[in-house]
Design a protein around this ligand. Sequence first.
Ligand code: GLN
Length: 248
Amino acid sequence: MKRIVSIILAAVMLCSTALVFTACGGSSSEKKELHMATNAFFEPYEYYKDKEIIGIDAEIAKAICDKLGYELVIDDMDFDAIITSVTSGKADFGMAGMTVTDERKKSVDFTDTYTTSTQVIIVPEKNSKVSKTDDLEKASIGVQLGTTGDIFVSDYKDAKIERFKKGADAVLALTKGKVDAVVIDKQPAEKFVKANEGIKILEEPFAEEEYAICLKKGSELTEKINGALKELKDDGTVQKIIDKYIGD
Ligand code: GLN
């Protein structure tokens, strides 16, 4: 009898210890952090300066988190991993100069847009095989894997498409003559052209695109972020951040 009682007692003690632990664990995991999934090789939207990730998206995200009372944590990954990170709940939202597309809307929700962009073509300054959009049809084209640039050129059946993990790697291939052109978003393209000799952007732009933040389908954060974003647009903060990195 005594033995049974002590076994029961021990069990009760174990349970209560476990309960205390769960409670403690619960409170520590309630730290108010929001994880942003991004690919930090996309200047001026997100890029490293020393060890810190800065840029338009990083600053807008910080301003949103400040408004909502969260601490922003930026998780850097390949661009094509961002949506999975969001749908699996590893990251709370994705922000990466990400274009709103119908295809992506099948797996994530998007907030209201915060800016627009276009896809452009970067080519060698001299002796370029590509001098207009139609020339892409038979060219070798460098793109960043899983981006709208990739999706766009994938329609060209006779083109040879080289998919890179980073936009910078596609541009490097262009400067080495390994591809004829690179299709990428306008602002990063301008940064790449500035940083590399002998390449230029073709005048003819592609489709207009809208950038927005993506979240897990049905996330209650979407509405909150939209509220904060609206305030930040209305009071000029978003524009101020964009101007800081892009100028006029
Ligand atoms: N805007 C493009 C897209 O959404 C590229 C984004 C990026 O490379 N970070 O696909």
